[in-house]
Each structure stands twice: as C-alpha cells, then as structure tokens.
Ligand binder design. Structure first.
Ligand code: 5GP
Length: 192
C-alpha cells in the first residue's frame, strides 16, 4: 500500500482525539497527525500549532483564497480545514499521515489522495451526550449543535472502510493502532 492518508472521523465527543493519541503511542513506527486550521476558540489546554492552528476568520479566508487548504467545512459555527502542507509533505516523503475530520472533509480527501478511512462511533447517542456534557467545554447552544451534527455524522458511517465502536477506549485504541500498522507497514508485511 502506498503512503496514505488515514482518515479518522466520528461525531464530536465519540473519543476520536483520545483514541488517536493512544493509538499513536501503541504503533512501532511513529505516524504523523495533520494539524488542521480552525476559527473556533481554543479549549483550555489546547495548544496553537499542536491541536489546531487557531485562526481569525480573516486569516482563514486568506488561507483559503491562497489555495492553502485541501478541503474545508463549517461545523457547529466554526470553520475547519486541512492544510495542504500537512498532507503533501508527509505523502511526498513516503509517509502516511492521520487526518481527523468530519464526513465532508473525508469525502474530499478520499477523492484526492490514497486513503484508508476509519469511523469512530460512540456506543450510543446518549453516551455521546453524557461525554460531551462531562467534557464541560461547550455552551448549551454549541452542545445542541454538536448533538444535531452527531446524528448527521452517524448516518455517514457506512462510507468508511472501517468502523470502531468506542465502548472500551483501550480496545478502540488497539484496533486503530492495528489499522495504522497495517497501513504504514503494508509493503513490509509480505512474507518471504
Ligand atoms: P472540534 O471542534 O471538536 O475539535 O472538531 C469538530 C469537528 O470538526 C470534528 O468532527 C472534527 O473531526 C472536525 N474537523 C477537525 N479538523 C477538521 C478539518 O481540517 N477538516 C474538516 N472537514 N473537519 C475537521
């Protein structure tokens, strides 16, 4: 398998970020994670340039006009986009890269790059709401938007190559690590 974009999607609050971070510690060879651009405010603990590039709306629009984004979308009141360099650089160097994005972004990336896609689902929408409330980073308004978007996102699960149900974060991380290993070590897995 050529160097690929490993697309990870799933509703907000399904545990994508935690599972991706855990899976990256489990794989033998490090795999990059693309840092997206967003106009939403940083949550406590999030670091500019690590979790996202946090941009003003004007800076985001400029980036878009300059062709710096592979894809972009609006989600729960904010703009999000994948930076061209975050994908082109690793793929150009023969390395796979993980991209976390929602369904529209996943479709755009699938159309342009070799990819393997994974959908991370919560055990139920009720569990998702409990998790989002527990995170306490959302206002009632953005929580309602994220829950509505979650239902739409769940309806896209069948578009993905793989589905991981996050009812046990350790098991979910192991499953994702196995997929990452299979993708990044593809040619080495030939039996001689
Ligand atoms: P959050 O605000 O919770 O970090 O992300 C909200 C949603 O935006 C999640 O579904 C996340 O996967 C998605 N997202 C994050 N970065 C990107 C991106 O670069 N492009 C697209 N299309 N979606 C993104």
């Amino acid at each position: 398998m050529p160097a690929s974009v490993i697309i990870v999607s799933g509703p907000s609050g399904a545990g994508k970020g935690t599972i991706v971070a855990a899976a990256r510690t489990l794989v033998a060879s490090p795999v990059r994670l693309a840092v997206s651009a967003t106009t939403r405010a940083a949550r406590p603990g999030e670091v500019d340039g690590e979790d996202y590039f946090f941009l003003s709306s004007a800076a985001f629009e400029l980036l878009l006009e300059e062709g710096g984004l592979v894809e972009h979308t609006r989600f729960a009141g904010g703009s999000y986009g994948t930076l061209e360099g975050q994908i082109a650089a690793p793929l150009g160097a023969g390395e796979s890269v993980i991209v976390e994005c929602e369904a529209e972004g996943a479709r755009a990336i699938r159309d342009r790059f070799p990819s393997v896609s994974v959908f991370i689902a919560p055990p139920s929408l009720r569990a998702l709401e409990t998790r989002l409330r527990g995170r306490a980073t959302e206002t009632e308004e953005t929580l309602a938007r994220r829950l509505a978007a979650a239902e739409d996102q769940m309806a896209t699960a069948a578009e993905y190559d793989h589905l991981i149900v996050n009812d046990d974060p350790d098991a979910a991380a192991s499953a994702l690590a196995a997929l990452i290993t299979a993708t990044t070590l593809g040619p080495l897995m030939e039996v001689r």
